[in-house]
Design a protein around this ligand. Structure first.
Ligand code: HEM
Ligand SMILES: *[C@@H]1O[C@H](CO)[C@@H](O)[C@H](O)[C@H]1NC(C)=O
Ligand SMILES: *[C@@H]1O[C@H](CO)[C@@H](O)[C@H](O)[C@H]1NC(C)=O
Length: 360
């Protein structure tokens, strides 16, 4: 009986697989699972050529990924429960109502990528909410070592701006950060996974004297160096001291957010943080799953079409997890009580300084 059921279930699975394999061929000859996704190919080409300078993993990609978060996290069931408007999540309101949202304190610097993306939204037949998540997924695919992110199409236009104070600040404590994410539907493990984004990231405005200062030594590669380097003892400020939301960094040319340093050391998040140090496939899987959730925050997923196969497949990582030159396990602030820090090789040569991410 159980066997018969299994057999018919397998037959059913084969049938639906066959249905999925029948792909739509678009006007330019490229194929996708759903004909409704064909509209995305010309937009993809335009983004790669004219927003990401021919498919780089550079500043605009980093900023576009940050934008996916700052749009989506504008969603608060707690506010709705109080009878207030809690935001539409990943609805493009940060572009549609940019004059209201970009001046929010936590959105410092986001106006640059909003201004860069706006003409693309105007030119193509796509909602601002879809465009932000689409550009973020394409951008991440330009970074070696990244997972291929999902993309769903069909977010309606935002009707109202997000309320202020929903985007976390680097000077918020861990409890405040985890509570804000929990309100939006994310567990502490998912918060750690989402912060993998800071492996392809830099800060322009935490210390205004050193724009483009990265959070790890490899800001153009989606690797685990961010999780390694945030766990090293902090000894210096790469620029000036006394900036709000900044913690001591281990490396010249690298900046550490107070929030990242704290999350790496808090008992609620430290072991998950450390688990990404030497497990690239876990890092990819967890980031992909958490980003899929982030990208549809506040949206009715039943009305969205899965166009994930339009997103390019990222290149594999070539380097291996390592301590930067001059560092070893002795420099680690061990925070996970349950598991020792993984053994890693040290880059050869003298201690180096991390160069800034060039503006592009
Ligand atoms: C605890 C939560 C978070 C805090 C406090 C935080 C804070 C920050 C800050 C202060 C910056 C530097 C901005 C600047 O000065 O230019 C930054 C950059 C960035 N953040 Fe976050 N972030 C958080 C979570 C996230 C998440 C969930 C994502 C994406 C999924 C993300 C993606 C990025 C990226 C890609 C950049 C680099 C932007 C660039 O290089 O231009 N962040 N973040
Ligand atoms: C724009 O896209 C919508 C679906 O999002 C479609 O119904 C409409 O026909 C499109 N308009 C043009 C001019 O292509
Ligand atoms: C990597 O993470 C997975 C869980 O996602 C785990 O099963 C596996 O043992 C980990 N591998 C290593 C080498 O730690």
């Amino acid at each position: 009986m159980a066997f018969k059921l299994l057999a018919s279930l397998l037959a059913l699975a084969a049938l639906s697989n066959a249905a999925l394999i029948k792909k739509a061929t678009c006007a330019d000859g490229r194929t996708t699972a759903n004909a409704a996704c064909c509209v995305l190919f010309p937009i993809l080409d335009d983004i790669q050529e004219n927003l990401f300078d021919g498919g780089e993993c550079g500043e605009e990609v980093h900023e576009s990924l940050r934008l996916t978060f700052h749009d989506a996290i504008g969603f608060s069931p707690a506010l709705f429960k109080q009878g207030k408007f809690g935001g539409g999540g990943a609805d493009g309101s940060i572009i549609t109502f940019d004059t209201i949202e970009t001046p929010f304190h936590a959105n410092g610097g986001i106006d640059e990528i909003v201004d860069a993306q706006k003409p693309f939204v105007a030119k193509h037949n796509i909602s601002a909410g879809d465009f932000i998540q689409f550009a973020g997924a394409i951008g991440v695919s330009n970074c070696p070592g990244a997972p291929r992110l999902e993309f769903r199409l069909g977010r309606p236009d935002a009707k109202q701006p997000s309320p202020d104070l929903l985007v976390p600040e680097p000077f918020d404590d861990v409890t405040k950060i985890l509570n804000r994410f929990a309100d939006a539907g994310f567990s502490s493990d998912e918060v750690v996974a989402l912060l993998a984004s800071h492996t392809i990231a830099a800060a322009d405005h935490v210390d205004e004297t050193i724009p483009g200062t990265p959070f790890d030594s490899t800001p153009n590669v989606f690797d685990s160096q961010f999780f390694i380097e945030t766990q090293l003892k902090g000894t210096l400020f790469p620029g000036t001291a006394g900036n709000q939301g900044e913690a001591l960094s281990p490396l010249h040319g690298e900046i550490r957010l107070q929030s990242d340093g704290d999350l790496a050391r808090d008992s609620r998040t430290a072991c998950e943080w450390q688990s990404f140090v030497n497990n690239q496939s876990k890092l990819q899987r967890a980031f992909k799953a958490a980003m899929a959730k982030l990208a549809v925050t506040g949206q009715d997923t039943r009305k969205l079409i899965d166009c994930s196969d339009v997103i390019p497949v990222p290149k594999a990582l070539t380097g291996k997890a390592h301590f930067p030159a001059g560092f070893s396990k002795a420099d680690v602030d061990q925070a996970c009580a349950a598991t020792p820090f993984p053994t890693l090789p040290t880059d050869p040569g003298p201690v180096t300084s991390v160069p800034p991410v060039p503006p592009s």
